[in-house]
Design a protein around this ligand. Structure first.
Ligand SMILES: NC(=O)C1=CN([C@@H]2O[C@H](COP(=O)(O)OP(=O)(O)OC[C@H]3O[C@@H](n4cnc5c(N)ncnc54)[C@H](OP(=O)(O)O)[C@@H]3O)[C@@H](O)[C@H]2O)[C@@H](O)CC1
Ligand SMILES: Nc1ncnc2c1ncn2[C@@H]1O[C@H](COP(=O)(O)OP(=O)(O)O)[C@@H](O)[C@H]1O
Ligand SMILES: [K+]
Length: 504
């Protein structure tokens, strides 16, 4: 699915109205109805609701939602933030309808009116601004947003996007933004959800399909794509009956050193849950027993050094390689990596210390085979490609770097982004802050190498691996909480993550 900026969303909405022969008011009904049914199924009548309405169509969505809630016997009040003298015809029409219903309506013109509004214990529906935010929220609206953020609300649900957050521009740190627990967004996540600048305000994101014109949405000129479990699920390869382990590739995971054998264990074990036919783990000999005990399905190759990997590796055609986690950045490690890159002529997965070795010895970058998958976290990417001042500049650098070096970069972060050698950027919302612990990246390397070995193209590998890893993380958090989950428990959930993709 294409990721769209505000201008493209407006175009898509107007094409939809034209092709489906509906009005903007009809679309608003559709939007509000989708929102209402989500609330009905997930929250229901046991809560009291306050719908806070701004001056545009986002406010219009709120007015229609308030009507739905009122008609269905919800305890609801509507707060109108009077920040404009002009309103759209849809807004005016819907407000008149709401006034004729039983909904309590409070008008807020100045901060003096805030006393009339008590948000304690209520679910606040934020319908102040959507994609039409044209400047930072200020004055009375900013104060009301502060009031939402500091009240002891039951929860805060943002309609389309948290008010104060831009759709496709970067917010500055002092902007006032609604801090939502849930954002019910229409058609597709907004680009700002993926940026550090403001992206913390969205809470849990739910994408509601409002049947915008599918064909037009597909054709919009955008190099930014959003990866869904549905989309990625369709790329999973079927296993046929008369096959054997030799048909599913042989992953060779290279890494670990004395004291860092855990990294090798994690990636090897993760690979073993990826569907790959055979696995070999190449570690210094100090890791042999640990590996064999912890991952008995993997073979172990220990010819290259005792405490760290060193010397000249022998490349075998049968292997698909993943290299880096825990291997260290000593002169011997750099030499080992350099020898490896000299000999390898097909895509490999490169992570962690292998990336750090390249960062410290940039000439190694020229030896990386085309279409390889590099998986730096943000700091490793900085070492590799240089520093940037904000998320948009980082995205530009990511694109130019991937294109220049003809590699896939999986930039690991709270919102991981994959950039292809053609400059396409793939965004995913899967994952959880519970994944911010040591070893979770090693798990991704194992999954990616296992997939690449099975014959997934590098692009399919990056897409499937990223979403599978993120969903496995979410499942681990569901089972154990974000606090108690670990890299190992993510591995345990890979199977269930496959089920999620298969059933999506
Ligand atoms: N189009 C459709 O058919 C559909 C649209 N949908 C819904 O509409 C939303 C987009 O609606 P929208 O374009 O009216 O923009 P919205 O975000 O409500 O705000 C614009 C208003 O706010 C004002 N304003 C802006 N910034 C401000 C500030 N800082 N402080 C004060 N005022 C400020 C701005 O004033 P201006 O910038 O013109 O001065 C204008 O009056 C979209 O997110 C979705 O929820 C869905 O129902 C699907 C169908
Ligand atoms: N806040 C977060 N939300 C979602 N995913 C996260 C978050 N923080 C980290 N992750 C994910 O966890 C993994 C961490 O990888 P990395 O930093 O390489 O860990 P390690 O080197 O310890 O294995 C990445 O896949 C990253 O996207
Ligand atoms: K909103």
């Amino acid at each position: 699915m294409k990721l769209l900026n505000a201008q493209q969303i407006r175009e898509l909405e107007s094409i939809t109205m034209e092709r489906q022969n509906i009005t903007s008011a009809d679309l608003m009904q559709r939007t509000a109805s989708k929102t209402y049914f989500w609330i009905k199924h997930n929250l229901g009548l046991k809560y009291a609701y306050t719908v806070v309405v701004g001056p545009g169509n986002n406010g219009g969505d709120g007015l229609v939602l308030a009507q739905f809630l009122t008609r269905n016997d919800y305890d609801v009040e509507c707060v109108l933030l009077e920040v404009s003298d002009t309103y759209t015809p849809e807004y005016t029409y819907e407000l008149e309808k709401l006034k004729r219903s039983d909904c309590k309506i409070k008008s807020v013109k100045t901060e003096a009116d805030f006393e009339e509004v008590n948000l304690t214990g209520r679910i606040v529906i934020d319908a102040i601004f959507g994609i039409g935010l044209s400047r930072p929220a200020a004055n009375m609206v900013a104060s009301f947003i502060e009031k939402i953020n500091t009240s002891l609300t039951q929860s805060v649900i943002a309609i389309d996007l948290p008010s104060g957050l831009y759709c496709d521009q970067l917010n500055s740190p002092d902007d006032t933004i609604v801090l939502a627990d849930t954002t019910l967004t229409f058609h597709v996540p907004k680009p700002s959800f993926f940026f550090l600048e403001g992206g913390n305000s969205v809470g849990k994101i739910i994408v509601l399909d409002i049947r915008l014109d599918y064909a037009y949405a597909n054709d919009i000129d955008s190099k930014y794509f959003y990866l869904t479990t549905e989309l990625v699920g369709t790329s999973l390869k079927k296993r046929t009956i008369f096959t054997h382990k030799g048909n599913y590739g042989h992953a060779n995971l290279i890494g670990g050193r004395k004291g860092m054998i855990g990294a090798a264990v994690l990636m090897t074990k993760a690979a073993s849950f990826s569907g790959v036919g055979l696995i070999t783990s190449t570690v210094p000999s100090v890791g042999l027993e640990i590996l064999q005990q912890r991952v008995p399905v993997a073979m172990c190759e220990t010819r290259y050094g005792e405490h760290q990997l060193e010397g000249e590796i022998e490349i075998d055609e049968k292997y698909t390689y993943g290299i880096g986690p825990g291997m260290g950045t000593s002169a011997a490690s750099v030499q080992f990596l350099s020898n490896f890159l000299d000999k390898i002529d097909r895509p490999v997965v490169i992570d962690a210390d292998a990336i750090n070795c390249i960062a410290e010895n940039p000439e190694l970058l020229n030896k990386v085979p085309e279409n390889s998958i590099l998986t730096p976290h943000v700091k490793e990417f900085r070492g590799l490609a240089g520093d940037t001042t904000d998320s948009l500049k980082q995205l530009e650098l990511l694109t130019s770097f991937s294109m220049k070096h003809k590699v896939y970069i999986v930039l690991k972060d709270a919102r991981t982004i994959v950039c292809t050698p053609e400059g396409k950027c793939l965004f995913s919302l899967n994952g959880t802050p519970g994944m911010a612990t040591g070893g979770t990246g090693d798990v991704l390397t194992g999954i990616l190498t296992g997939l690449l070995a099975q014959g997934y193209t590098p692009e399919e590998t990056a897409k499937v691996g990223l979403v599978l890893h993120g969903v496995a993380g979410e499942l681990a958090a569901e089972r154990l909480t974000e606090y108690a989950m670990t890299a190992e428990t993510i591995i345990e959930e890979i199977g269930n993550a496959f089920k999620v993709l298969l059933n999506a």
